[in-house]
Write a protein that binds this ligand. Structure first.
Ligand SMILES: [Zn+2]
Length: 419
């Protein structure tokens, strides 16, 4: 912990250090934090869309932005909505010295994945049992959002002054593939640009300093529909089977390797192309299929790009001679930052004070909006948050003890980095 002056040492309760005051404040507000998280989880914000069909004028995040806006106002901040439309608003707030040399954004998404299947019992429960809070998004990542808000509240209660600027960015449309134009990218384009960023995806064992990228695509083949009983089909004069064409493409693309350069942080990993992951085609059992669509997913390492993968696909398929259409469904490049960034060291240091161990640096699998920051040379941590289990709808829960500790870590981290 760093002290900025004698005044901060003596806080509202004489004789208390800043860290004790922060811990105390987090504890005092924790029931309120849990109640707020429960409300967030009960408020549906399931995002079933992909980046290509995410609607501008449907309130996918529901009332979640409003709840966060109101809570930020309640704790004494002046939040604002900053979004492409009224229905898809991001929520941002600033605190600290606006002209400070340093700035830090705590960024998190307000949407969740849709419930996995119908057999999941009440995904919007928000109930607390045995020290766990249950429900879709409790872990990914509404718990983190609540921790951001109450970390700031604790710092305010501890009467801490920051010499840098803290930005809170609650964004829409991340679960659609972490490559949306509506969320983090929109904030950056609107000038909401921090000098460093934390995206507190769950898990307090590691500080995530990089993430794999992804490229998703769809291939369409076209045929000619004809009833299988007609003689023109029997004689081979009419009809063309789009699924058979797709089968040829599928076979050709099996085992396709994407070249890469081994990076230190991603040691032992390689890009992975999976095709198909989903397939749609055919109309009826007695009709020759006129169209087939198959989806592909590619996991990328630093240095790989969508253009590189597309070129590989085209090179392979051109020899096959089957007509097809290739459609992009989303691209997020892999990124990594220096594990010795001051931002990383600050989080490790403050986490150790609260948790008793230093979370190691590691890279992660699932993508976040973090690449939008790193590609703009903004050092970004893409994961450090509360612990829990069953993420993505399978009885998702967050551990409340861990949530309280992480809230305290966030508060100390903000103060350590910007204090
Ligand atoms: Zn997430």
């Amino acid at each position: 912990m760093r002290l900025t002056g004698g005044v901060e040492w003596l806080l509202n309760v004489p004789g208390l250090t800043v860290s004790t005051s922060i811990a105390r404040a987090v504890k005092t507000s924790f029931d309120e934090e849990v109640a707020f998280l429960s409300k967030l989880v009960k408020t549906k914000s399931a995002n079933p869309y992909s980046p290509t069909d995410s609607p501008l004028h449907e309130a996918v995040e529901g009332e979640v932005p409003t709840l966060i806006f109101e809570k930020l106002r309640e704790i004494g901040l002046s939040p604002r909505y900053l979004g492409v439309s009224r229905e898809r608003p991001n929520v941002v707030a600033e605190w600290g010295d606006k002209r400070g040399r340093l700035s830090l954004m705590l960024n998190g998404h307000m949407d969740t994945l849709p419930p996995e299947s119908k057999d999941v019992v009440s995904p919007y429960s928000g109930a607390v049992r045995n020290g766990k809070l249950f429900g879709l998004g409790a872990l990914d990542m509404k718990g983190t959002l609540a921790a951001y808000v109450f970390a700031v509240k604790a710092l305010m209660a501890a009467k801490v002054k920051l010499s840098g600027k803290l930005l809170l960015g609650f964004v829409v449309d991340e679960e659609a593939g972490a490559c949306s134009n509506l969320g983090t990218k929109y904030l950056l384009e609107q000038g909401c640009v921090p000098k460093a960023c934390l995206i507190g995806e769950h898990g307090s064992q590691y500080v995530r300093v990089g993430q794999r990228g992804s490229y998703r695509f769809k291939i369409i083949t076209k045929g000619e529909a004809v009833h299988t009983g007609v003689s023109a089909w029997e004689r081979g004069e009419k009809g063309h089977n789009a699924i058979v064409d797709m089968a040829k493409i599928i076979e050709t693309l099996q085992g396709l390797e994407v070249p890469f350069k081994q990076s230190k942080l991603f040691e032992g990993r390689r890009p992975v192309l999976t095709f198909p992951t989903r397939i749609v085609g055919g109309r009826a059992i007695n009709v020759v299929p006129e169209q087939c669509e198959a989806y592909g997913d590619v996991r990328l390492l630093p240095g790989n790009s969508d253009a590189q993968v597309k070129l590989l696909l085209v090179e392979k398929l051109v020899k096959l001679g089957v007509p097809y259409e290739l459609i992009d469904l989303g691209y997020a490049p892999a990124v990594e930052i220096d594990p010795r960034e001051p931002l990383v060291l600050s989080l490790q240091r403050t986490a150790k004070q609260v948790l008793g161990y230093t979370p190691e640096t590691k890279v992660s699998g699932p993508g976040t909006d973090g690449w939008m920051m790193v590609k703009r040379d903004i050092p970004t941590i893409v994961g450090f948050g509360p612990d829990g289990g069953g993420e993505h709808g399978r009885g998702e829960w967050v551990d409340l003890e861990s949530l309280r500790k992480v809230t305290e870590v966030y508060a100390r981290f903000i103060y350590d980095y910007l204090g």
